[in-house]
Write a protein that binds this ligand. Structure first.
Ligand code: NB4
Ligand code: NI
Length: 187
């Protein structure tokens, strides 16, 4: 089971590597890894389990954070309103690739954090507002989807990890809260 002890922290060189594509058809090992990554996200969002296991909350996870330099990410983004328990996006993505993106940029009003970063790094992390994404799903089927706003931000954070990029690499050093005109701030 993945716990916080499994997650490597900044300073570990694996977080700065470009991860390798996984072979398709998917190996049993890669399928099992994806399942464990998704299980971590579910546990981290369950107040009882998160408390029990000492997990920080997570809506995304990338294999390099487990010291595994493979292009595998898991995302589990809850809808936000408690009435509707259905997540807006829940998927393990193998070899995810951004095919195209909007001119429009966006950022989370709260900034970003990272399970591999044990410190607050304030500032806006400006990303694409909308992306068209291809990936292979856990069943080995090629998918092509369009994401926007919060879900698009989460996936971009995870794909960054596959390319050795950390969220704070995007923060403006002079003024962390500087924003160009037209950047959508997502609250
Ligand atoms: C936005 C948010 N980031 C949380 N943590 N950080 C992460 O997920 C990192 C990835 C996210 C950082 C910004 C974009 C992607 C992990 N990363 O480093 C992977 O690379 C949260 F935990 C969280 N939520 C809201 C929903 N809530 C549902 C109930 O359970 C608690 C949960 C808390 N929202
Ligand atoms: Ni992260």
């Amino acid at each position: 089971m993945i716990t916080m002890d499994t997650i490597i922290r900044e300073g570990n060189p694996t977080l700065r590597e470009v991860a390798k594509e996984v072979s398709v058809p998917l190996s049993d090992e890669d399928i099992k890894l994806g399942e464990e990554m998704m299980e971590f996200l579910h546990n981290s969002q369950d107040p009882v389990k998160a408390e029990e296991l000492g997990l920080r909350g997570g809506v995304g996870l990338a294999a390099p954070q487990l010291d595994i330099s493979k292009r595998i990410i898991a995302v589990h983004v809850p809808s936000g309103d408690l009435e509707n328990p259905e997540p807006t996006l829940s998927a393990v993505m193998y070899n995810p690739k951004i095919l195209s993106h909007s001119v429009q940029d966006a950022c989370l009003g709260e900034g970003e954090g990272c399970l591999s970063v044990d410190r607050e790094v304030p500032g806006y992390v400006v990303r694409h507002n909308k992306i068209t994404l291809s990936y292979v799903d856990a069943a080995g089927v090629k998918q092509k989807i369009r994401l926007k706003n919060y879900e698009a931000i989460v996936v971009q954070h995870e794909i960054d990890h596959l390319n050795g990029v950390m969220f704070y690499d995007h923060i403006n050093q002079e003024n962390p809260y500087a924003l160009k005109d037209g950047v959508l701030v997502i609250e």
